[in-house]
Design a protein around this ligand. Structure first.
Ligand SMILES: C[S@@+](CC[C@H](N)C(=O)[O-])C[C@H]1O[C@@H](n2cnc3c(N)ncnc32)[C@H](O)[C@@H]1O
Ligand code: SF4
Length: 377
C-alpha cells in the first residue's frame, strides 16, 4: 500500500509564519494543472503498481482549485494509479474558500476527508498571523462542512503565538471541542526562514517564539486532550476513536509515497526525491517530459535516523526488535548508553519491547531524536 501527494502551490495571501512552497497569486494555474496531470503520467511507475491507500491534496491551498480542475486531476489519478476502494482522500482547505457550493462540489468528488486550517479562534491572533478569515468565519465554514456531510474532518491550530495567553489557548481548545471534530493537528509556532514573521522578528516588530510559553501551551494541550479522551498519536496529532490520519501515519511508518507538483517529496523505501520548488521551471520541465527533481539514496545511518525520529515522535515508539533486525548490534548498544540520561530525567521510557518519549520528553522530541543520530555510515 502506498500514498499519493499532490501539491497546489498557490495561496490568496501568504501567512506571516509559513514557508511551505506557495505563491500569493494564482498565475499559471491552468498550466500547473496540466503539468500535474502530465507528471502523474511520467511518474506512474514510481510505485510499481502498488495500491493507493491514501491521497493527499496539500499546499499551498488546494481549495483554490475549481471543480473542473479537480475533476481533471481525479480522472488522471484513477487512470494512472490503482486506487483502493476505501482510500482516504484528504483535501487541505482554507476556511475562506468553503462556501456551501464549494463544499457540495467537494462532497460529490472522491474527497472524503477535509483538513481545515483554522490556526486560531481568536481574531487578534488571526490578524497577527495574517490569516484571511475571522474566527466566526472559520466556525461557520466548519459547520457548513458538517452539514454537507463531511464526517471526517481535521483542524489545524497553532499554539505558542507570542500574543496568545494560556487562557486564549485553552479557549481555542474548548472551541475545538464544541465543534465535535474527530481530529486535531496542533503545531507549535516555529520561526521559519524567508517568512514575514522571521523578518518582523529581525526588525523587532514581533517577538520570537518563546520555548517556555510553547511548553506551557503544549502541557495545557496534553492535559486537555487526556481529559477529553483525544488520543495523542504523534507529537502534533490527536484523534478520537483511533481516527488517525492514514496518509500521515504512513509517512511515519515509512511506507512508499509519490509526490506530484513543485516542491513535492517522494519516497520509495530506498531513496527520497524532491521536485524543484519553482513554479515556471517546474511547468517548463514537465512540458519537456522531464520531472525536475533531486534524489538522495538513503544509506544505513539515514534509515536509522528516520526510524528513531519517526518512532520517538509517535505513540508507537521505537521497536527494539526492529532495531536489532535491521541495524548493527553496536548501534543499539550505543543507543542504550545514550538513552540513560533521558531515562534518568524521565523524558524517555523503556519497556521490554519499545522506547517511547514521556509527556516531558515529547515537547523536545526532535532534539532528543537528533542526539541519537548517526552520520554517513
Ligand atoms: C501547508 S499548511 C496548509 C494549510 C492551508 N493552506 C491553510 O492555511 O489552511 C499546513 C499547516 O501547517 C501549519 N504551519 C505552517 N507553518 C507553520 C509554522 N511556521 N509554525 C507552526 N505551524 C505551521 C499550519 O497550521 C498550517 O495549517
Ligand atoms: S498556512 Fe496555508 S494559506 Fe497560509 S501561507 Fe501557508 S499554505 Fe498558504
Amino acid at each position: 500500500m502506498a500514498g499519493l501527494y499532490i501539491h497546489i502551490p498557490f495561496c490568496k495571501r501568504k501567512c506571516h509564519y509559513c514557508n511551505f512552497y506557495s505563491l500569493a497569486k494564482a498565475k499559471f494555474k491552468p498550466e500547473l494543472v496540466q503539468a500535474l496531470v502530465k507528471e502523474m503520467e511520467l511518474q506512474r511507475n514510481y510505485l510499481h503498481g502498488e495500491k493507493l491507500e491514501s491521497i493527499y491534496f496539500g499546499g499551498g491551498t488546494p481549495s483554490m482549485l475549481n471543480e473542473h480542475e479537480l475533476q481533471f486531476i481525479f480522472e488522471k489519478i484513477y487512470t494512472a494509479f490503482n486506487v483502493e476502494e476505501k482510500a482516504e482522500i484528504t483535501f487541505e482547505a482554507n476556511p475562506d474558500d468553503l462556501s456551501k457550493d464549494y463544499l457540495q462540489m467537494l462532497k460529490k468528488s472522491p474527497v472524503n476527508r477535509l483538513s481545515i486550517g483554522v490556526q486560531s479562534f481568536n481574531d487578534e491572533e488571526l490578524v497577527y498571523l495574517n490569516r484571511l478569515h475571522s474566527a466566526e468565519e472559520a466556525i461557520s465554514a466548519l459547520k457548513r462542512a458538517q452539514d454537507v456531510g463531511f464526517s471526517s474532518l481535521s483542524l489545524d491550530l497553532i499554539y505558542g503565538i507570542p500574543i496568545a495567553t494560556n487562557e486564549s489557548w485553552l479557549k481555542n481548545l474548548n472551541q475545538f471541542k464544541e465543534l465535535q471534530v474527530d481530529h486535531l493537528s496542533a503545531y507549535n509556532l516555529t520561526r521559519e526562514e524567508n517568512t514575514a514573521y522571521d523578518l518582523f522578528i529581525k526588525k523587532g516588530k514581533y517577538a520570537p517564539p518563546n520555548d517556555v510559553q510553547g511548553q506551557e501551551h503544549f502541557n495545557l494541550l496534553l492535559d486537555f486532550t487526556r481529559e477529553n479522551k483525544l488520543e495523542q498519536y504523534e507529537v502534533s496529532n490527536f484523534a478520537f476513536d483511533q481516527k488517525y490520519a492514514i496518509h500521515n501515519t504512513n509517512y511515519w511508518h515509512r511506507k512508499k509515497y509519490l509526490g506530484i507538483g513543485p516542491s513535492a517529496h517522494s519516497f520509495d523505501l530506498l531513496s527520497r526525491s524532491w521536485n524543484i520548488a519553482q513554479l515556471k521551471p517546474y511547468i517548463d520541465s514537465i512540458n519537456n517530459e522531464l520531472v525536475p527533481h533531486e534524489t538522495e539514496l538513503l544509506n544505513k545511518s539515514d534509515k536509522w535516523n528516520e526510524t528513531i525520529m519517526t518512532g520517538l515522535r509517535t505513540k508507537w515508539g521505537v521497536e527494539i526488535e526492529y532495531l536489532k533486525q535491521n541495524f548493527e548490534a553496536d548501534w543499539l548498544d550505543t543507543f542504550n548508553q545514550q538513552a540513560q540520561k533521558y531515562i534518568q530525567n524521565k523524558q524517555l521510557l523503556k519497556s521490554e519491547t519499545h522506547f517511547q518519549l514521556s509527556k516531558n520528553g515529547l515537547f523536545f522530541a526532535d532534539g532528543i531524536a537528533a542526539d541519537f543520530f548517526r552520520v554517513n555510515e
